[in-house]
Structures are given as structure tokens and as C-alpha cells.
Write a protein that binds this ligand. Structure first.
Ligand code: SRM
Ligand code: SF4
Length: 557
């Protein structure tokens, strides 16, 4: 077990929380402040929420001697990112009534609503509950939203594999009834805390993420997860999963002990019972061996590297009571979303819609939110989120395609998707300002403009057809997975970014820092030089990431 050093403050809060209840009920009924009590700020995350404030307003409010305007972000638990149309309709109205109105599709196939006042949290969660949705353990030191390759067209077995996301999510949920009591007014049956064999009273040392990848598409960045499950399909049947442990993409500026890491494949598991046992026991090892004194070093990637891969695997096999088989061959060839119309193996239709940085709102150019509401109201399409922050209007029967297509066209969404450049359609940015308290620089509000300027350079070098993966974050926490991009821009201070290059297109290589602290002018100068070299010196079919790795980073100039 892990050496017991001084426990971090969060550990003490979790243990004293009586099954994540803390004093949340008291915090909620305190009308003097829009905030929750200090310890409850940690606990509320396990219920899918973060306390925030709008950073744009801080200065103005401080000048008027006003406190920060506190509100909450709610992140939902939507395993595999699949919603029924009536659920989308509900979210549309809830967003309009209680939040800023913008629906944000995240990099983990779910949605966030921002700007919810304390008094509106309960009505928000109760409205979600009416359509069988919740935000349980969407954040906190537990298993988060389970993601799965989103496009049903990938493989005839997609439905079967995708359904595992919901089952895994259910198995990994904490056993406490706290969410139901605090937010949904369920009566407390007993004073005892519910026994929870997996999480016990300390939960995990840190967040834990599970992703399911269905080759050949790695749209979920499966190796960026604490636990990545790679579906192995042989002779048209699902044989089982390669199990990969230790992915996570954050680092901290100036802290060399932290690093982004892709998961290591430990072996192969066949059969659902063994798969679920292995998932459970990977988490139990992290529970018992993870670092509980330094949260910066608490993810399973550090546990794995500290224990050593073989020792970790031996412990896993001991706990599972069976040996992992040798990993089976698989190949990823892309991480992009399959934009436009596709028909799956059952004859249903799916339209993958480009949503810039996952922000669903109506603006002067596009009535996106209205369009999606109208489509959902027909009841003829499900909504699937992708880990690239896009949306698949999906599962449309052949006879309903015309109706859905007419709405997509009415609101210009087909053209919006078709006309966006390859660079833009393969770019992701995290939320950053104004709500993220950790942001040093802009991301989703700035990236569209930067892409426009980069498009000019692509065009100059005759590279407009290229689909280069570009990802931007406002800090090194890596929420848009910039360390796994061909071009990664990582915020260091207002208006400045580190430039990373050399990631591959399949998501199997971490990129490297190339230049530090660049402002926009310097970013564009560097990108211009790199595009110029790429246009003239690349090998046939060589991607930008492979080229920059070979020619620039490996110093083969
Ligand atoms: Fe993240 C913290 C947003 C995916 C690594 N992330 C945050 C917070 C909650 C800031 C905070 O702690 O107060 C951000 C909220 C901003 C806001 O105002 O909404 C935030 N993360 C996001 C989202 C919404 C980005 C987006 O624009 O889509 C993504 C929500 C995913 C979801 O639905 O669950 C999001 N975050 C990720 C990913 C990508 C992934 O999981 O595939 C990563 C990198 C992978 C990983 O986990 O290593 C990621 N977020 C972090 C970290 C660094 C964790 C670490 O190991 O150190 C933090 C900071 C922390 O936990 O202390 C963080
Ligand atoms: Fe906030 Fe940093 Fe995550 Fe962006 S990467 S959302 S700035 S924590």
C-alpha cells in the first residue's frame, strides 16, 4: 500500500464527509452567500459541479467594492455521450432557464452548463432527473464520464461495444445516496453511511477516467485515459479488450515531476465478467497505492510509474484471480470525426455536425441552438456527442432522413459543416476564460480567430486540404488534450502560449515543446515557417505531425 505521508486537505474532507454529504444541505439553505462552505466546494464536485465566478467581471465588481459573482458549472454524466431527443429538448430549456443558455459539449462526450446560481442548482438537477439524467460523479475523485468511440458507422459491433460505457459507468458509481437526498429530496433511510467496497470512505486519490476505443478510429484518444479499453474485433466478432493503464495529459509549468503520459497496454482480457473485474481492480489498486499527500502526483500514471509496469500487472492479476493474455494487434488510423452523412450497418443515418469548440448557441451567423431544438422536437434523431466536441444527429431511419435533412438545410448546418476548413474542423479548445479559475490565457474564445489567421498561411503554402490536428488550452492541465496534438498551444500567461509539435494523427505519440511563451505574432511566424517547410520537404502522404517530428524535432534538417 502507499506510504502514508501527511494526507492532503481533500483527503480529510472526503473522509469526514459522511458519504459526500458534508454540510451541503446547510450550504444550500444559507441565503446570505451565493457560495457554499469551504469543504463543500470539494464535495460538490462529486455531485458534478464546480463553484466558479465570471472572471471578466472581477475587476469591475472589485472597483465597485462588490464580491465576486458566484455561480456554478454543472457537468452531466452521459456515458458514451448518447441522448434521446426528449432529453436534448429538456436540456435546451433548462439551459435557457437556469444557466447562461450556452450548452457546452466537452472533450469527454458530455455537456456543461455555466452560470447557475446556488438557488437554481436544485431545480436544474431536478429537471434533469425528470428525463433520467444526472450529474453524479461527473467530477471529483471517482470514475468520471465513460467515453466511447462515437460514430455508429465505425463497426457493425458499435452498438454492442457502446452499450458497455453505460454499464461501466453504473458499476463505478459511488454507492452513497447523497446526490438523491441533497438534490432530489429523497428521504434519508439510515444514519449509517452506505458501505462502498470500491471507494470506501476515501474514494480515489484523484480523478479517474475510462475510455473505450473502437479501432480503427481513435476519436476518444483512448490512451489519454487512466484506463483505456481497446476493442479487439476478430472475424467480425468482439474477442475482448486490450487494457491500457496510465494515460493522463496534464503537467504543471515549472514542476518537472509532472508530465503528460499515454497509457501503457498491459494485456488482453476476454469475456465481460473478466473485463469488469479488471476495470474494478485497476481502480482498487489506484485506491490503495495512489499518492494521497500530493494531488499533483496522484493520478494513476504516477502510481504506475512508481510501482513499475510489471509490478502493477502482477498486482492486477493477483486481485483479478486470472492472468491477462498477451495484447492483441490493433491499429488506429485516425482521430477525426466523420463529418456529414453516413449510413450505418443497420441502414440508419447519422449526420456529424461541426460545432466549433463544442459551443451550442445562436449567434448572428448561425441559429445552431434553435436548429437543434427543432430537430430534437421531431423525435426522429438521437444526439451523440463526440470527444472532439462535435455532435452526431444520429440513428435516423431511412424514411425520416428527408425531414431531418430539410431542417439541417433550413438552418444552413450542412453547408456550415461542409464549408469549414480541415484545420478548423480538427481543432479543439478548452473552456478557459472567463469561467475556468485555472486559465492563464484564452482558449475557446480566441481559437476561432487564430484558426482564421492560420488558414491564410495554409492557403499561402497550398495546404488548405490538410487536416492538421490543432488543440489549444488556457493552461497546462490539458483539457483539450493539446499534448496529443500535431500543433498544441498551451497557455502560459494572457496572450502567450507554448507551442508543441510532433504528435501523430492516431493519438499514439505525445508531442514536444518547441517554442515557449509566444504571442500571436510569434505563433503565426513559427507556424508560417513550419507550414513552408512541410509544403516543400514532406514525404509522400507524410502528416504534419510526423514531418515535424522527423525533420524539426529529431534535427534531421
Ligand atoms: Fe479538465 C480541471 C474543463 C477535459 C485535465 N477542467 C478542469 C476544470 C474543472 C477547472 C477546475 O478544476 O476548476 C475546467 C472547467 C472549466 C469550465 O469553466 O468549464 C475543466 N476539462 C474541462 C472540459 C470542459 C474542457 C472542454 O472544453 O471540453 C472537459 C470536460 C470533460 C468532461 O466532460 O468530463 C475537460 N480535463 C479534460 C481532459 C481531457 C480528457 O479527459 O480527455 C483532461 C486531460 C486528460 C487528463 O485527465 O489528464 C483534463 N482538467 C484537467 C486537469 C488536470 C488533471 C491532472 O491530472 O492534473 C484539471 C485540474 C485538476 O484536476 O486539478 C482540470
Ligand atoms: Fe481550464 Fe486549463 Fe482545463 Fe483549459 S486546460 S479548461 S484553462 S483547467
Amino acid at each position: 500500500m502507499s506510504e502514508e505521508k501527511k494526507l492532503s486537505g481533500t483527503e480529510i474532507i472526503k473522509m469526514a464527509s459522511h458519504g459526500l454529504r458534508g454540510t451541503l444541505k446547510e450550504s444550500l439553505s444559507d441565503e446570505i452567500t451565493g457560495s457554499v462552505r469551504e469543504d463543500d466546494k470539494s464535495l460538490i464536485k462529486f455531485h458534478g459541479m464546480y463553484e466558479q465566478d465570471n472572471r471578466d467581471l472581477r475587476e469591475e465588481r472589485a472597483a465597485k467594492k462588490l464580491d465576486r459573482l458566484i455561480s456554478f458549472m454543472v457537468r452531466m454524466r452521459i456515458p458514451g455521450g448518447l441522448l434521446r431527443p426528449d432529453q436534448w429538448v429538456a436540456i435546451h430549456h433548462i439551459a435557457g432557464k437556469y444557466s447562461t443558455g450556452t450548452i457546452k459539449i466537452t472533450t469527454r462526450q458530455t455537456i456543461q452548463l455555466h452560470g447557475i446560481l446556488k438557488s437554481s442548482i436544485k431545480p436544474t438537477l431536478q429537471s434533469f432527473n425528470k428525463v433520467q439524467l444526472d450529474s453524479i460523479s461527473a467530477c471529483g475523485d471517482v470514475n468520471r464520464n465513460v467515453i466511447c468511440s462515437s460514430n455508429p458507422n465505425i463497426n457493425p459491433l458499435h452498438r454492442q461495444i457502446h452499450s458497455l460505457a453505460a454499464e461501466i459507468s453504473k458499476m463505478m458509481m459511488p454507492k452513497t445516496r447523497a446526490y438523491y437526498e441533497i438534490w432530489l429530496d429523497e428521504e434519508k433511510i439510515s444514519e449509517d453511511t452506505e458501505p462502498d467496497p470500491l471507494y470506501q470512505d476515501r474514494y480515489l486519490p484523484r480523478k479517474f477516467k475510462i475510455g473505450i476505443g473502437i479501432p480503427p478510429n481513435n476519436d476518444v484518444d483512448v490512451l489519454a485515459n487512466d484506463l483505456g479499453l481497446i476493442a479487439i474485433i476478430e472475424n467480425g466478432a468482439l474477442s475482448g479488450f486490450n487494457i491500457a493503464v496510465g494515460g493522463a495529459l496534464s503537467s504543471t509549468h515549472g514542476n518537472p515531476d509532472t508530465y503528460p503520459r499515454l497509457a501503457t497496454v498491459l494485456g488482453f482480457v476476454a469475456g465481460k465478467d473478466n473485463l469488469f473485474k479488471a476495470i474494478y481492480e485497476v481502480a482498487s489498486i489506484q485506491r490503495d497505492f495512489g499518492n494521497r499527500s500530493d494531488r499533483k502526483l496522484a493520478r494513476i500514471k504516477y502510481t504506475l510509474d512508481r510501482m513499475g509496469i510489471e509490478a502493477f500487472k502482477t498486482e492486477l492479476e493477483k486481485r483479478c484471480g486470472f492472468k491477462l493474455e498477451k495484447e492483441r494487434p490493433y491499429k488506429f488510423n485516425s482521430r477525426k470525426d466523420m463529418y456529414g452523412w453516413l449510413q450505418d450497418h443497420d441502414g440508419n443515418w447519422h449526420f456529424t455536425l461541426f460545432i466549433e469548440n463544442g459551443r451550442v448557441l445562436d449567434d448572428e451567423n448561425l441559429a445552431l441552438k434553435t436548429a437543434l431544438l427543432e430537430i430534437a422536437e421531431t423525435g426522429k434523431a438521437n444526439f451523440r456527442f463526440t470527444s472532439n466536441q462535435n455532435l452526431i444527429v444520429s440513428d435516423i431511419k431511412d424514411e425520416d432522413k428527408e425531414l431531418v435533412e430539410s431542417l439541417l438545410n433550413k438552418y444552413h448546418l450542412v453547408n456550415h459543416t461542409a464549408s469549414a476548413s480541415g484545420l478548423r474542423k480538427n481543432a479543439i479548445a478548452c473552456v478557459a476564460l472567463p469561467t475556468c479559475p485555472l486559465a492563464f490565457a484564452e482558449a475557446q474564445r480566441y481559437m476561432p480567430d487564430l484558426i482564421t489567421k492560420m488558414e491564410v498561411l495554409l492557403s499561402k503554402h497550398d495546404l488548405m486540404q490538410e487536416e492538421i490536428l490543432t488543440r489549444m488550452t488556457g493552461c497546462p492541465n490539458g483539457c483539450a488534450r493539446p499534448y496529443a496534438a500535431e500543433i498544441g498551444l498551451i497557455g502560459t500567461s494572457p496572450g502567450r502560449y507554448n507551442l508543441h509539435i510532433g504528435g501523430d494523427r492516431e493519438g499514439t505519440r505525445i508531442n514536444q515543446k518547441y517554442k515557449e511563451q509566444l504571442d500571436e505574432k510569434a505563433i503565426l511566424e513559427e507556424v508560417d515557417l513550419l507550414f513552408g517547410k512541410y509544403a516543400t520537404e514532406r514525404l509522400e502522404k507524410e502528416t504534419f505531425g510526423d514531418f515535424t517530428k522527423r525533420k524539426i524535432l529529431d534535427n534531421n534538417i
